[in-house]
Design a protein around this ligand. Structure first.
Ligand SMILES: [Zn+2]
Ligand SMILES: [Zn+2]
Length: 375
């Protein structure tokens, strides 16, 4: 009965009924096929209230002691479908909903995802943050109907949800070998226009973010990259990858932009380990970088500190002291004249020697076997 009233959003009537007959009347639930787009779900006043976004009702029901976990999962799902407002989701989590619950594994319905995946698929970052705040595992993979495994990172990439992707990396997502492979594959597909939900532009930005924040193992990146035929590799992705593997800056250290705001080239700090898209980003980062910045390098690629450390053999160490002394004087604006805008590291987007050949030495023979690679 209450359920019918809930369908009509007649919350006052339900409240009155609960007052008269005790709050237990709010706890009723049953498994139903009607919910969740034809999937099995659990029907209850709670799920309906969540679906319609009635925070007050949800709170009332939870406070009455509602604890059917499957219904709470369904309620969370429905609330997340509606919007990125995480109020109801947070209430559910505070009342015992397990953020890592997987409804398929629990055997209630054949849904293949967990809540974090659902939030990601909808591009709802607020929901995702709520889940992570309550202990959702950012590395928990989901297994779909065909037994394919996908990580939250991969799903965020597939949906082009850049902000959520960045959030996951910031919250400790660790890129597995599988991730590196899948993300590359998704990027290459997107670059060829084969991904309706992911444009080439966004794919490239996300890939830069991935390397910058995720810091995947270089050997794995190299190996997986090489496993794609040169004809499949996008030149920009190739460039970014190349620079990453060589330890060169490839994007703005702060905002992950690939080019400087006013010019094409990134502004590289004289120490040549970080680059920025703008003075603003550089200033933002300077407090942290100051500690690590070695100042300008001499023509041998040595910093002042390295020169000082070098065993003194008397003469023959030209170029040592030369342009030293910047490190301290540098405070904020570092790179003023110096190397700003040099950035050989930065000509992202050009096509140049795209293929794996640019990868000098290291890869030797094993590189070339490029197979077509899964699709
Ligand atoms: Zn920037
Ligand atoms: Zn520096």
């Amino acid at each position: 009965m209450c359920l019918e009233w809930a369908g009509d959003q007649d919350w006052d009537r339900i409240k009155g009924y609960a007052k008269e007959h005790g709050p237990e009347v709010l706890l009723w639930s049953r498994v139903s096929k009607l919910l969740l787009g034809g999937e099995m779900g659990v029907e209850s006043v709670l799920t309906t209230a969540s679906q319609y976004g009635s925070v007050e009702m949800v709170k009332l029901i939870l406070d009455a002691g509602f604890d059917n976990k499957e219904a709470m999962y369904s309620a969370a799902d429905l609330s997340m479908r509606k919007s990125d407002n995480s109020t109801i989701l947070r209430l559910l989590l505070e009342h015992g909903l397990d953020p890592n619950m997987d409804l398929r594994i629990e055997g209630v319905m054949k849904c293949s995802s967990n809540l974090l995946v659902l939030a990601t698929g909808r591009g709802h970052i607020d929901n995702a943050i709520a889940l992570l705040d309550h202990g959702a595992n950012v590395n928990k993979v989901m297994v779909d109907r065909d037994g394919e495994v996908a990580s939250p990172l991969e799903i965020a990439m597939g949906y082009g949800a850049h902000d959520i992707f960045r959030l996951f990396l910031a919250r400790g997502a660790i890129a597995t070998t599988n991730d590196v492979d899948n993300l590359l594959s998704i990027c290459f597909e997107a670059c060829k226009g084969e991904r309706p939900k992911l444009s080439r532009d966004v794919a490239i930005k996300m890939f830069a973010t991935f390397l910058h924040l995720g810091k995947p193992d270089s050997d794995v990146v190299q190996d997986k990259f090489n496993s794609y035929l040169p004809s499949i590799r996008d030149p920009t992705i190739t460039n970014i990858t190349k620079h990453y593997l060589q330890g060169r800056p490839f994007c703005c250290f702060v905002c992950e932009a690939l080019t400087a705001k006013s010019r094409n080239k990134l502004l590289i700090c004289p120490c040549r380990t970080v680059a920025y898209c703008s003075k603003e980003c550089q200033i933002k980062h300077w407090k942290k970088h100051k500690v690590l910045c070695t100042g300008p390098l001499n023509e041998r690629g040595e910093s002042e500190a390295m020169v000082k450390k070098r065993p003194k053999t008397g003469k023959g160490m030209k170029g040592g002291g030369a342009d030293v002394g910047v490190a301290e004087g540098a405070d904020v604006g570092v790179a003023e004249g110096a190397d700003v805008g040099v950035a050989e590291g930065a000509d992202v987007g050009v096509a140049e020697g795209a293929g794996a050949k640019g990868k000098n030495g290291k890869k030797g023979k094993k590189g070339k076997k490029g197979r077509g690679k899964k699709k």
